[in-house]
Design a binder for this molecule. Sequence first.
Ligand SMILES: C[S@@+](CC[C@H](N)C(=O)[O-])C[C@H]1O[C@@H](n2cnc3c(N)ncnc32)[C@H](O)[C@@H]1O
Length: 254
Amino acid sequence: MKKKLKKINETEKEYWNEGKLERSKIKKLRRHAFYYSYKREKKILDKLLKDFNNKKVLEIGSYSWAAWFNENTAPKSLTCINISEKELEKGKHLASKKDFEINHHLMDANNLTFENGSFDIVFGGAILHHLDIKKTIHHIHRVLKPGGKIIFLEPLNMNPLYKIYRKMNPKERTPDEHALVSSDFKIIREKFTFDHYFFDFFTVLFGFISLKIFGDKKYDNWINKLGFNLDVFFSKITLLHSLFARVIIYGSKK
Ligand SMILES: C[S@@+](CC[C@H](N)C(=O)[O-])C[C@H]1O[C@@H](n2cnc3c(N)ncnc32)[C@H](O)[C@@H]1O
């Protein structure tokens, strides 16, 4: 039987409030595998974030904004929601240094309580895959103004290699999270037109090798650079998208 959303939310809250994930192994790999793709990601986000200025913006599963925003990002207001008190507190601490309006709410992203048409943009980093995507997409669509925009950066789970890795390393993830698969894209497409950037297939394979050779240092090496260049090239081929580990989705409300 499908696990009840209430129970899933309780577990998510507990994991994030108590910092229960064990990610030291994957963090080492990421420092190699994502070294160059983080720079590409930042460039793309900088371009997309130009839209945020003077807009009413909502981040679900906040606080990615602290990493995403650059010194020129100045929304009219930023509303941050999270199901975890601890995550919200971290965001509040970072928000004290900003000079645009930032407000925080303890709220379930599956059941947004904002009025219809409250925001120009809804965004999030690594959050949709913690949620009931159908419910959340319905609410995001509802709280956006006509023509409102979305930007999400999410992990993918379509490559069998990642599926095996995830099975072997369950403590790196919350029990109910589900990196996106093609049926999730279908759900988003019902309510939004969107495009994407895919990241990290060869970078992961080459990152493994680089980590073995260099250990947890010297991430800017030719092995990682080669993996990155192969990714940029092959990510343009639609048929290969399911190989990749992460995606930026950006689009508009239908
Ligand atoms: C992988 S973390 C991403 C955090 C942040 N967006 C970032 O990129 O650093 C997932 C976040 O989703 C939050 N979360 C999980 N379920 C949620 C829900 N139902 N509503 C709102 N936030 C939720 C967690 O508390 C956690 O902060």
